[in-house]
Design a protein around this ligand. Sequence first.
Ligand SMILES: [Zn+2]
Length: 197
Amino acid sequence: MKSLFDNARSFTTHVAERAEEFRTLEAGQSPEVLFITCSDSRVVPSLITGARPGELFELRTAGNIVPEYRSDHPTGETATIEFAVRVLGVSDVIVCGHSHCGAVNALVSGGDLSGLPAVQGWLEHAASRPETTTPPSPDLAEAVQRHAVAQLERLYTHPCIAERVAAGTLAVHAWYYEVHTGAVQQYGPDHASFRPL
Ligand SMILES: [Zn+2]
């Protein structure tokens, strides 16, 4: 913990070394990508992609679950997606699942979550999608990948996403990231499988 505080305390020194780059951030942001991934600490989008400040707009949720759109029930996730697509005008949305994902493991293993009512309620968002949970997969990697693709379907329920995809100005992608190797795979609708980027 101390090293994290120390690094934060001295961060201005690092910024001063890149003063020009950071000064441009004052003018605003124009990220090209909305990156949706799990809250898992082992997944670091800027590390994976090499993105600099201002280049990735991030949405992180337990299990990278994307709630289906409901106009009568706005959520932080919906607001983040809408802002990225309608205001920032991102050109791509990436939903990135990852190996060893505890949330997806809980989904497929059906463990006792009675002590975690919020987690249980959140996972029920995903459990309502049959392709995520049935048939149960003994292979967590396969389950995570199927789960990531299912989130793309949920993205399409958001009017802002559906409109821009239909207009050909927005593309959505599902990625699978291995936390222990750094390997990234992308889903290809043509072959219905994940392959190395
Ligand atoms: Zn996870």
